[in-house]
Design a protein around this ligand. Structure first.
Ligand code: HEC
Length: 380
């Protein structure tokens, strides 16, 4: 009888302990971030300037861009470029199947160009935009808060992901602003960044935090070499020919390749370019036409086709590389023109025709085009 009693006691006390453990994890106190911030501000290397291009960008690319790199990134926060960081996050979802009216497009580098313009489009800041001081630069930054939250509540090492992490594509997002952060942190203490993954190493964390405290300066500058500039000028002259035939060919090229990341002949640096439509002529800074679709009326005349260097980090999810130049390019253009001609004659209404087109494009290694066609519905 006594044995039975002690067994029951053991059972209930284990139950009690387990439930305490769970509640501790899910309802932990909001951590005192000031202590974490004070540690950072007190480090000896705080005064040593952190370089965005050399130290911060590679880190964001290694630990954040895998999730924060696409158009529909969580909270639309794209960390693949500095402009994405300064644009910040949004509570609006990019893909909302329940909407009844046209969605506003929010393509980075296209639909707005200054922080003020993004704020009008209801994007909230993730960096400090209030008065600057090392303390405020951390306290008012959502990035710093998310990193400190992870630091305060690291995931247990070597265990399976705890319950409470929603990884579904259509998960409900919180996307709290900095003012809503304490409520977010008390409800979801384990949701610091990187989400559901091991935290940053101490060194990575220190680097990011010091950069934030120092004012989070950076830019997306790209300096082309004289060789690259010459090749770009040559191609832009080709794209902007004045005859109707040249205009038609470039239009078709653009409508097929607007998603491709093009790279030039003999370019060791592997700089990527997008073919875009611009209000401004070759030689002037590009002023991109923000039409909704590549075949939408540009709404301005004249307009120009330009090669724009890609400023964001490339990620496998949205990278369609295509060689641009030399023999490969010439074969590509010829095959493309013939392909387009075939397209106009035979609409892709049957599987058979689609296969013929695919075989044709694959033969000439027009990879971007192949991908484009592979993803097309069978009947257009
Ligand atoms: C595994 C995917 C993943 C990774 C990796 C990741 N995040 Fe996130 N991030 C998310 C999700 C999901 C959310 C949305 C959470 C929510 O529901 O509010 C988010 C939200 C954020 C927010 C809040 C945005 C807002 O508007 O409220 C910030 C800031 C952020 N992440 C920064 C980072 C940083 C910095 C890194 C890299 C150190 C990182 N994230 C890595 C998935 C990720």
């Amino acid at each position: 009888m006594t044995r039975l009693f002690s067994l029951a006691l053991l059972f209930f006390s284990t139950l009690l302990l387990t439930s305490c453990g769970t509640s501790l994890r899910s309802e932990s106190e909001i951590p005192d971030f000031n202590r974490y911030y004070a540690d950072i501000l007190a480090t000896g290397s705080m005064k040593k300037p952190v370089d965005y291009h050399k130290e911060v960008k590679p880190l964001l690319e290694k630990r954040c861009v895998v999730c924060h790199g696409c158009y529909d990134a969580p909270c639309q926060l794209k960390l693949s470029s500095y402009e994405g960081l300064t644009r910040g996050g949004s509570k609006h979802e990019v893909y909302d199947s329940t909407r009844l009216v046209t969605a506003h497009v929010t393509r980075l580098f296209i639909d707005a160009h200054t922080t003020a313009e993004w704020r009008k489009k209801e994007f909230h800041s993730v960096l400090n935009e209030a008065e600057a001081s090392p303390e405020a630069n951390l306290e008012e930054s959502l990035v710093a808060s998310m990193l400190a939250l992870k630091q305060a509540n690291p995931l247990p090492q070597g265990e399976r992901l705890l319950k409470g992490f929603d990884l579904a594509l259509d998960r409900k997002q919180q996307c709290s602003t900095i003012d809503e952060f304490s409520s977010f942190a008390s409800k979801k203490p384990l949701w610091g960044m990187p989400y559901g993954l091991p935290g940053l190493s101490q060194e990575e964390y220190d680097t990011l935090m010091r950069w934030l405290a120092q004012g989070a300066q950076g830019d997306d500058r790209i300096v082309l070499s004289p060789g690259q500039r010459a090749q770009v000028a040559q191609w832009e002259a080709f794209f902007n020919g004045s005859s109707n035939k040249e205009k038609l060919v470039t239009r078709y090229l653009y409508e097929h390749l607007f998603l491709a990341d093009l790279y030039l002949e003999d370019d060791e640096s592997r700089r990527w370019f997008n073919l875009v439509r611009s209000h401004t002529a070759p030689g002037e800074p590009i002023d991109i036409i923000d039409a909704r679709r590549p075949f939408s009326n540009p709404g301005t005349a004249p307009f120009y086709y330009r090669l724009q260097p890609v400023r964001s980090a490339t990620s496998l999810k949205n990278h369609l590389p295509m060689h641009w130049g030399g023999n490969g390019w010439r074969v590509g253009v010829n095959s493309l023109s013939i392909g387009i001609f075939m397209l106009t004659l035979f609409p892709l209404t049957s599987q058979r025709w689609r296969q013929i087109h695919l075989r044709y494009f694959r033969r000439y290694r027009c990879r971007a085009v192949t991908v484009f066609y592979s993803t097309m519905p069978v009947s257009l």
